[in-house]
Design a protein around this ligand. Structure first.
Ligand code: SAM
Ligand code: SF4
Ligand code: SF4
Length: 337
């Protein structure tokens, strides 16, 4: 296991999100709008993507620098062929205490068992609405929401005890469905997180007016399902949590826009081509792949990760303003959400 790395504000490096593909079979309006990510869009070549061996080597180096939690994401991680083999490789790394995946679940029904057997610890499924029409409008895909619900059920069946749901809430689009989602999550024992719509990337046409503040979401749900605040499960947890007063279960809100949490942000991201990003809103990242493919030894990998983290002074969400609006920012589907 590794030793602590700290950035310029004394934040430790603890979590790593690994994007394993920039492709996706959905076109969520807030992430990969079809006008931009259409038939002419050029995705990464396969040869550019880190191989499973390269990812595992990078993760081992991150673990030596203090990372304990690893999340596979994308793009849609289940589009990467034989992803369960990668899961098995990462699950075998000493020091990875928590291995999770974020997925749109459209392919989860077929994969849940293999992922569980390979050692995946937790699954987070993105689900923006239970209403088929709203779901299709948000994800811009010809797929019934039932397919996602089947994927979630398959994950439970496969033995995943902790299943989280992520809901991005957009004003006037799916805000009326938050109560139904909270009820559905509570009834099934899933933990749901409502996420404020963020200005990631430069293609989603984000406007502050489209953001439904977390406080409002909690109020809307609390009017029907009484809630009470509960403390964070661990230091640096990004969700503000509430439990149902009349039964088991909890909801959370992730208020990156209205109440940012940069001061406790311990997260790094590894893009599908092996760049290290120290913030979701960064314009670029350090090229770890060049070292991986250039014959560097483990000490050099570690030195690069530590150096990148030590130089980190990101706090985009705390600074969010007119001045940050036009900064170059990488797309979320590329860097990994
Ligand atoms: N395709 C997978 C999925 O959707 O679960 C994994 C990648 S996706 C980029 C990861 C998460 O980012 C999803 O839960 C998605 O809802 C969230 N996300 C994407 N764009 C967002 C935005 N503009 N604001 C807030 N969350 C966003
Ligand atoms: Fe695909 Fe996930 Fe982005 Fe939706 S949020 S377009 S499912 S990567
Ligand atoms: Fe972390 Fe950047 Fe998000 Fe702040 S804006 S919480 S530094 S990823």
């Amino acid at each position: 296991m590794g030793t602590d790395s700290q950035d310029r504000f004394g934040r430790s490096l603890r979590d790593l999100r690994v994007s394993i593909t920039d492709r996706c079979n959905f076109r969520c309006r807030y992430c990969m709008p079809r006008e931009v990510f259409g038939p002419d869009f050029t995705f990464l070549e396969r040869s550019e993507l880190l191989s499973f061996e390269e990812i595992a080597r990078a993760v081992r180096a991150f673990v030596r620098c203090g990372v304990r939690k690893v999340r596979l994401t994308g793009g849609e991680p289940l589009l990467r062929r034989d992803v369960e083999e990668l899961v098995a490789m990462l699950a075998a790394i000493d020091g990875v205490d928590d291995l999770a995946m974020t997925t749109n679940a459209s392919l989860l029904a077929a994969k849940a068992g293999a992922l569980r057997r390979a050692g995946l610890g937790r699954v987070t499924v993105s689900l923006d609405s239970l209403d088929d029409a709203v779901f299709r409008a948000m994800s811009d895909v010809h797929l019934p929401v039932g397919r996602v619900l089947e994927g979630i059920a398959a994950a439970r069946e496969a033995g995943f005890d902790e299943i989280k749901l992520n809901t991005v809430v957009k004003r006037g689009v799916n805000e009326d469905g938050v109560l139904d989602l909270a009820r559905y999550a509570g009834e099934h024992g899933y933990i749901i997180r409502f996420i404020e719509y963020m200005d990631v990337g430069t293609t989603n046409g984000w406007r502050l007016d489209d953001v439904v503040p977390g406080e409002e979401i909690v109020r809307r749900i609390g009017e029907h399902l009484p809630l009470e605040p509960i403390p964070p499960k661990y230091a640096g947890e990004v969700a503000t949590r509430y439990r149902f007063r009349d039964g088991a279960g909890e909801i959370g809100v992730i208020t990156s826009v209205t109440r940012p949490f940069c001061s406790t942000c311990t997260r790094a991201r590894l893009s599908a081509i092996g760049e290290i990003y120290t913030c979701l809103f960064a314009g670029g990242g350090g090229d770890l792949r060049a070292l991986l493919r250039g014959g560097a030894d483990d000490t050099e990998l570690e030195a690069m990760i530590r150096g990148t983290w030590a130089a980190r002074d990101d706090r985009y969400s705390e600074l969010r303003s007119r001045a940050t609006r036009d900064l170059p920012k990488v797309e979320m589907s590329y860097i990994g959400g």
